[in-house]
Design a binder for this molecule. Structure first.
Ligand code: ZN
Length: 209
């Protein structure tokens, strides 16, 4: 399994040592099927070690049958970097952001900025916002109420939404630029997938009473 080793500051092919799988019940879709087969819902914990520094990893994978299709949530429970994403988030968004952090660690700042943009594009895709450039997509995120005015203004001030500089071969980004966009990307993930989700769950519970 390819994981980000914080000690080696690299993506490593971590070696699996043990695995535990436990069945769960999806209360929202207990009987979801796909092509006539009942979809299982289960959680898988995997214990691994880095092939270079031998430090351990513990990961959690959630297989659920939301929206009648197999949905994969992946979390690294240990080790956790200061900017680790702890919220339950789609795997490709998490991967883009982890690669962005890795690029920052290895001073590849332009690549870091491009990967942060890719992460934000991934978030837009989660809300079926796929048309137009990043600028239009961020406006749509704001219009749909997924992000608030403060986050939108932050994106605007960073000019990540303003142009497609990341696609221009002549443009390079500094360490400061990369740090700014990492901070923003982390904030938008945290806002949508932790703060906003918790608030929605709270409202749901409250409405049921
Ligand atoms: Zn390592």
């Amino acid at each position: 399994m390819i994981l980000h080793c914080l000690t080696c500051k690299a993506l490593v092919d971590a070696k699996q040592i043990a695995e535990d799988t436990r069945e769960t019940t999806d209360m929202d879709f207990p009987e979801a099927t796909y092509d006539g087969t009942l979809l299982r819902t289960y959680i898988q914990y995997t214990f691994l070690k880095c092939p270079k520094c031998f430090n351990p990893f513990l990961t959690k994978r959630v297989y659920s049958n939301d929206d009648s299709c197999l949905y994969d949530i992946f979390l690294t429970l240990y080790p956790i970097s200061p900017k680790a994403i702890n919220s339950e988030i789609n795997i490709y968004i998490k991967k883009s952001f982890e690669e962005a952090l890795l690029c920052f660690d290895t001073s590849a700042y332009t690549a870091c900025v491009i990967l942060c943009r890719k992460t934000i594009e991934g978030i837009c895709k989660e809300y079926n916002i796929e048309k137009g450039n990043l600028s239009k997509k961020l406006i749509e995120l704001k219009n749909q109420g997924v992000i608030d005015d403060n986050l939108y203004d932050w994106a605007d001030a960073l000019r990540i939404a303003g142009n497609d500089a990341a696609h221009d071969l002549d443009v390079t980004f500094s360490r400061k630029d990369a740090q700014d966009i990492i901070d923003f990307t982390y904030a938008i993930i945290d806002y949508i997938f932790t703060y906003r989700k918790k608030f929605q769950l709270f409202k749901k519970r409250k409405d049921k009473k």
